[in-house]
Design a protein around this ligand. Structure first.
Ligand SMILES: [Fe+2]
Ligand SMILES: [Fe+2]
Length: 356
């Protein structure tokens, strides 16, 4: 039985030290909306914040567990290396570089990645964030039928050692960018990139378990050697936005990801309905994957399981969404608690760290 077809990424969840600092970064500097302010349902003493577009649509969501006392994490096999947010044009990318640099953030790039152009910077906890342009896209070097069939080596001029790093570092927008201009608006999750010790196993597993298509086999342009494969949901001839999942292959590596602050906690893919999620759960169980029961997360319903390299994955329903307990123009303005925690509001709310 083939896997149900996903529309792509639902959300990514990070672990952060300080909710106020994280909000200043993702909302204040990057201009994402804070669409829900709630607590970790499994640990109501700490914030769970949801950032995204104006309605918190699936594919635009970045969520944050605040863990003031957790140790610092580190990337490795079974973890996520970076997340990328989308932007329209290279001009907008340069504006982001100028805005971030002026705010004291260390930015590298813009680098031509062949399928998009990207800048990279750390969030306040050290999580690597990328901003990537929408185009030119995966069809630049393969036809729709051929996507992902063979290894595509990047042109030498795009590899480290052949690039003019000084010219790239000097490139920025000529004027200060004190506000997020309309063309800079970040369009949700462009892609998420993890690290695995067995890329060939992943080639079979992601299509079989999640219904994603392998759309590109290439190598990391920063070393010219590490295999870098891309999966995505297909949208006709092309690839659906907010659906790209990529993995770097570190064969036989024992360098494991360490969960903690500055690391991704898990990655969630979309199920369009409860029925599809149930079908998916059965499908995964049929493959021998250990899947959690359905958990009610108020804004969606979720199942959890691990990828073969240990990364925690989730399948979350598109509905009911973030308007279930707040009006559109009030999203994220107040602490929202699920019904079972509401009786404890007077104890929970004052114990949370202030957001601003
Ligand atoms: Fe990337
Ligand atoms: Fe989640």
């Amino acid at each position: 039985m083939s896997a149900p077809t996903t529309h792509g990424l639902h959300h990514i969840t990070l672990v952060a030290r300080d909710a106020a600092r994280t909000t200043a970064f993702y909302r204040g500097l990057l201009g994402l909306g804070l669409v829900k302010r709630t607590v970790n349902f499994d640990d109501p003493g700490s914030h769970h914040l949801y950032f995204g577009d104006d309605r918190g649509r699936p594919g635009t969501l970045l969520t944050v567990f605040e863990r003031p006392d957790a140790r610092k994490g580190g990337w490795g096999v079974g973890g996520v290396h970076h997340l990328a947010l989308g932007v329209g044009t290279e001009d907008a990318l340069l504006k982001w570089k100028r805005r971030l640099t002026d705010a004291g953030v260390q930015v590298t790039g813009p680098y031509d990645r062949g399928y998009f152009t990207s800048i990279y910077f750390p969030d306040p906890d050290g999580q690597i964030v990328e901003i990537a342009t929408a185009g030119p896209g995966y069809l630049i070097d393969e036809s729709p039928e051929e996507l992902g069939r063979e290894l595509k080596m990047p042109p030498e001029r795009l590899l480290r050692g052949h690039r003019d790093e000084a010219a790239i570092a000097a490139l920025t927008w000529p004027e200060p960018v004190p506000a997020v201009e309309p063309d800079m608006r970040l369009d949700g999750l462009h892609h998420i990139s993890g690290i695995t010790d067995d890329l060939e196993r992943a080639v079979d597993w992601y299509p079989e378990a999640l219904g994603l298509d392998l759309v590109k086999r290439t190598v990391n342009r920063d070393d010219g050697v590490t295999r870098h494969y891309f999966w995505a949901a297909r949208d006709g001839e092309g690839v659906a936005s907010h659906s790209s999942w990529t993995l770097f292959g570190w064969p036989e590596s024992t360098y494991r990801a360490r969960p903690g602050v500055g690391q991704v906690h898990h990655v969630a893919f979309r199920a369009e309905s409860d029925e599809q999620q149930a079908e998916w759960r059965d499908h995964l169980l049929g493959l021998g994957v250990d899947v959690s029961p359905v958990r009610d997360r108020t804004y969606f319903r979720s199942i959890y399981f691990e990828a073969p390299d240990g990364l925690l994955l989730e399948i979350a329903t598109d509905g009911p969404g973030f308007l279930v307990d707040e009006d559109a123009d009030r999203l994220g303005t107040e602490l929202r608690l699920p019904a079972w925690l509401e009786p404890r509001r007077s104890e929970i709310e004052p114990a949370l760290s202030p957001l601003a």
